[in-house]
Design a protein around this ligand. Sequence first.
Ligand SMILES: Nc1ncnc2c1ncn2[C@@H]1O[C@H](COP(=O)(O)OP(=O)(O)OP(=O)(O)O)[C@@H](O)[C@H]1O
Length: 271
Amino acid sequence: MTNTPPLPADGSSTLRPSPSVVARATDVVRVFGSGDTAVRAVAGITASFRRGEMTAIVGPSGSGKSTMMHLLAGLDTPSSGTIELDGQLIARLSDDHLAALRHERMGFVFQSFNLLPGLTALENIRLPESLGARQRSRDDVWERELIARLDIGRVLHRRPHELSGGQQQRIAIARALAHRPAVVFADEPTGNLDLATGDIVLRLLSELVVDSGCGVILVTHDPRAASRADRVLALRDGRVVAELGRANATDISALMLADAHDHSDASLRTP
Ligand SMILES: Nc1ncnc2c1ncn2[C@@H]1O[C@H](COP(=O)(O)OP(=O)(O)OP(=O)(O)O)[C@@H](O)[C@H]1O
């Protein structure tokens, strides 16, 4: 096990620190490939994500949602522009510091739950504590509160295959929030759940966001899921084309449809 030095606290990689902003993208561009086959997956995005707030990123397939999420989480590097996460300018961090930042300050929730099948639910929740270059200490009080709020106390001894999809996603949420991250990335977290279960899971996640003060960045195709967010960013062709505050699923759907129509009109006009 290597000893990763603490994340820099001297401000050396801090850009315009703001206590309420957990992630910030400034003029971010990500180009894949080069020459005639180059794809501008993200074509100049500036956006801030705040504590205690869930922001949904919506848009049609290929609009750059996943690429943007990977960039914000430091899993990919922008071609230009900057990403700041929890006060740290990602480009200035060494690989070890970035790994430590991810381990200590970020949480992840995936469509496919990503629980380890050989471990019980509780072992899955606690697994990240023991991973990474530095072990995380456990906050027992917060862990008990999460278990109670997510109503998973009765299934902690079960393995993932003995759990429903909704229960598995609640375990995954507990795992993502157990270390009180600054920001949680949720990638289509309701994609494998029925509508009612998806609603419950997102309601719990949004309540926990407010109470724990972290920020959530939710990537989704689903207007109903996005309606649980405090803010909606609509992407198209790698750009933010609309921003809404809290909105209902009908309005978000209309926004996405209008977007799709604009897009097809634009394609028709292209010679
Ligand atoms: N590694 C890569 N190499 C080349 N092109 C890529 C790569 N990753 C993404 N792209 C392209 O970048 C664009 C944006 O892709 P991205 O996956 O970010 O979109 P998305 O909105 O998340 O789509 P979906 O909803 O289908 O997951 C697409 O045109 C995609 O083909």
